[in-house]
Write a protein of this length. Structure first.
Length: 259
């Protein structure tokens, strides 16, 4: 069974005629209504996916995290550790707003059994790049890693069944959502009891006048700056426990376990 064939039973409902013509499962098609913020237009462009993993993300995230922030490889290690992927070698993992699939593939590399990592994103250009970077056409990862499959869908309105995933990762995407709190509701819905989530997202410095300024910047660019306590409070309100947080400059890692 291919990775995409393994995804179909996870959907609610599965499409009668799945569109996999571009190598990923397209649930949006021509009826997609893309967001019109500056940030979303950039993510849908044909240019950014080509430089995202090797240039854009290391430079922009590196500056945002500051000199003490972790490298990309250390980010991947943190995600695998906080999601405890070693405990679910045959599990099912979701990479939310996966972009060109760099985190998706890193998560798959941390699973030694016959697991499945599903990357979902609304951008066809990002997913085209993700497919180009996925070495094996079956979606099978390198060195016995988990299967990898990609879905073009609305990451803020997840198309998956309740209690489907052992873990959810959302690195560098939540701050782009028009309604991140509904997205967190969706994450809680698709996680199994005891499943884990980890975010890498923005952090608003606790400095006078920065709050109003970041709100204006957010409206102009489509990038939300989260307060230091915002995500922990949101997860706690949704029954998540064992919360973890690390802050670096303008970025923060937040994780928790679904009750």
């Amino acid at each position: 069974m291919t990775a995409l064939e393994r995804v179909l039973p996870l959907l609610d409902p599965p499409p009668a005629e799945p569109d996999v013509s571009r190598g990923y499962l397209d649930l949006l098609g021509e009826e997609a209504r893309p967001h019109d913020t500056l940030a979303q237009r950039l993510m849908r462009s044909g240019f950014l996916p080509k430089i995202y993993e090797d240039l854009w993300r290391p430079v922009i995230f590196g500056l945002s995290k500051g000199p003490l922030g972790p490298s990309m490889d250390e980010e991947y290690d943190l995600a695998r550790d906080w999601l405890d992927l070693a405990a679910v070698p045959d599990g099912t993992v979701l990479d939310l707003a996966c972009g060109p699939g760099n985190v998706t593939r890193a998560l798959a590399a941390g699973m030694t059994g016959h697991g499945l990592v599903v990357g979902i994103d609304a951008s066809s250009t990002m997913l085209d790049r993700a497919m180009a970077e996925t070495v094996r056409p079956t979606g099978r990862g390198e060195n016995g890693a988990a299967d990898v499959a990609y879905v073009r869908g609305d990451a803020a309105d997840l198309p998956f069944r309740e209690g489907t995933f052992d873990a959810v990762c959302c690195f560098g995407g939540l701050y782009l959502f028009a309604d991140p709190w509904s997205a967190i509701d969706g994450i809680a819905r698709v996680l199994k009891p005891g499943g884990r989530v980890v975010f890498l997202t923005t952090r608003r410095p606790e400095i006078p006048l920065v709050g109003p300024g970041s709100a204006v910047l957010g409206r102009l660019t489509g990038i939300r700056m989260f307060g230091t306590d915002d995500l922990c409070q949101a997860l706690r309100a949704r029954g998540f426990t064992t919360l973890r947080q690390r802050a670096y400059g303008l970025m923060q890692f937040v994780g928790g376990t679904h009750a």
